[in-house]
Each structure stands twice: as C-alpha cells, then as structure tokens.
Design a binder for this molecule. Structure first.
Ligand code: NAD
Length: 271
C-alpha cells in the first residue's frame, strides 16, 4: 500500500503559521495578479489563488487586460505595479499570448515584488519547486543522495524543480521531449517528478517498487476530468508514495506562492 502524498493535508498544516505571519505584518499585504486575455485554465488557477488569499488574509488586485495588449503596454502596467506602494507582490499569470515575449515581461517585475520567483534576480523560489520541497519535508522524504529524474525542463516548472532537488542533495537527471531513453531514466529514479503536461505519460509498466512519484502535470480529459501525467490508479499500487491529481502538487503550489508573498512583505515592506 503506497503513501498518498496529500498536498491538501500539508497546505492545511501550513495555513495557521501563514495566517499568524500575515497578521504580524505592518502592511495590508496585497498581491497584484495580472492576467492577459481570458484563457479558462488561467481563470481557474487565478480563482484558486484568490480563494487561498482570502483564507489567509491577503488582499489581491486582479488586473485583467485583453490578449491584444502590446508588450510595451503590458510592461508599462508592470512598472506601475512596481511603483505602487500599496502592492507588495506581483504575478503575471502564464502562459502569455504568442506576440508577447515572456522573458521581457517577467524581467519587468521588480525582484522585490516577484512572488513567482522567475526574474533573474529573484529573491524567492518558484512556487511549484518550493511547494514540492515542503511536501517532501512534511512526509520526511529526504532527497539527499537520491537519484531524482525530472521529466520536463520548462523555465517555470522543470528547471526550478531540478535546481531545488540539487540543492537538497539529489543526483538529478532532467528529461524532455527530445531525450532518448526517457523510460530508462524513469525506471532508474528513486524519486520521479513528472512535469510534462502529457496525460498517461507514466503508467504501471514504467514504475517499480520503492519509488516516490511526484506528479506535477495538470491535464483535462475529454470527459472534463483533471488528471496528471501519471496513471494514478494503476501506479499507486506499485510505488512507495505518490501525489494525487488533483490534491497533490497543485495546492502546494498555491500555498508556496503565498509563502513567497509573505516572505517578500516581511523583508521588503518599509516598516
Ligand atoms: P511546458 O509545456 O512549458 O513544458 C513541458 C516540458 O515537458 C518541456 O520541457 C517538454 O520538453 C517536456 N515534455 C513534454 N512532453 C514530453 C514527453 N512526452 N516526454 C518527455 N518530456 C516531455 O509546461 P510547464 O509549464 O512546464 O507545465 C508542465 C505541466 O505542469 C502542465 O501540465 C502544467 O499544467 C502543469 N503545472 C502544474 C502546476 C501545479 O501546481 N501542479 C504548476 C505549473 C504547471
């Protein structure tokens, strides 16, 4: 019987301390959430962030602009947020429309307000990486000297997750779409972290006893269910521990984002 690594349980354990820290702040902490366009998945992720913000006493300012906005106009909105002392943290919900250069937008955010930890001068860890680290710590799963395979190497998820694992002492292999022998690397892992965005990528045949599986993927099935990249129902009987989707990495990412917000407020809001 495998252990189900519940992000909801860990998040609920973190909330009281987070609320205490929010109440101790000298400001009314406010996160600006910038949304470009109206992608339903982005709207739903923003909804989860708003709900959590309310739960812990953080204000949010949702700035939604049309997808036709120019890069220059978007940068100017970010600069206004940087200069606005009533806003303490900023996130730009990704992905962005194709005509906008993501790097230029991210780099426009002041590092002292960058709650997603994506600018080159970032002061906090990207939320998914931080959330996974906290999930593993909660369940006393050390990465020290462990062989970790990360599937996916995006700037937002795969890369920061791999960096975090190295910092935690793991020996890390990163796989991507073009990698040869991904399945060999998956089989060799003590800890497998999958962030490809591909339903059914990892099934029962690919895993073995003793592995810990962290599924970052979020995919919508044809019948509108949310599933990860791992075939949870068939893999859970084989491995030692596994995150469900939903209820695994997702809640941890939201929680870690707000831990970042509070970290930034504690460090950079003028007292
Ligand atoms: P992305 O499309 O930017 O990157 C996907 C990465 O996976 C790429 O490096 C690509 O090469 C690799 N990949 C794709 N198909 C592959 C395959 N068949 N074999 C090996 N590698 C493959 O996506 P992203 O932003 O990194 O997000 C990845 C997934 O994680 C998505 O499903 C996204 O919705 C989800 N996500 C979840 C959370 C969360 O909190 N749970 C947070 C962010 C993203």
């Amino acid at each position: 019987m495998s252990t189900i690594l519940s992000g909801r349980t860990v998040r609920d354990a973190i909330v009281p301390e987070l609320v205490r820290r929010v109440q101790a702040l000298s400001c009314e902490p406010t996160l600006a959430i910038i949304q470009v366009g109206d992608r339903p998945d982005s709207t739903s992720f923003i909804g989860a962030k708003k709900k959590f913000a309310q739960q812990i006493g953080i204000q949010e300012k949702h700035i939604q602009v049309p997808s036709s906005i120019s890069e220059k106009e978007l940068i100017s909105i970010i600069h206004e947020c940087n200069a606005d002392d009533s806003l303490h943290a900023i996130i730009v919900q990704l992905p962005l429309p194709e005509h906008i250069d993501r790097t230029a937008i991210i780099e426009a955010i002041s590092p002292t307000k960058d709650a997603d930890g994506l600018t080159s001068g970032a002061l906090v860890m990207p939320a998914t990486a931080r959330g996974i680290r906290e999930l593993l710590h909660f369940y006393h799963l050390s990465l020290q000297e462990k062989k970790v395979t990360v599937v996916g190497r995006s700037l937002l998820v795969g890369k920061p997750v791999a960096d975090m694992c190295r910092t935690e002492g793991a020996i890390v292999t990163v796989c991507h779409k073009g990698s040869i022998d991904i399945m060999k690397e998956i089989a060799a892992a003590d800890v497998l972290i999958v962030a490809a965005g591909k339903e059914g990528l990892v099934g029962r045949e690919q895993v073995r006893q003793g592995q810990v599986v962290i599924d970052v993927g979020i995919n919508k099935t044809q019948d509108h269910r949310v599933v990860g990249d791992v075939d949870f129902e068939h893999v859970r009987d084989v491995v030692t521990a596994i995150t469900p989707v939903p209820g695994g990495v997702g809640p941890m990412t939201v929680c870690a984002l707000f831990e970042n917000v509070v970290d930034l407020c504690e460090r950079y809001v003028k007292q």
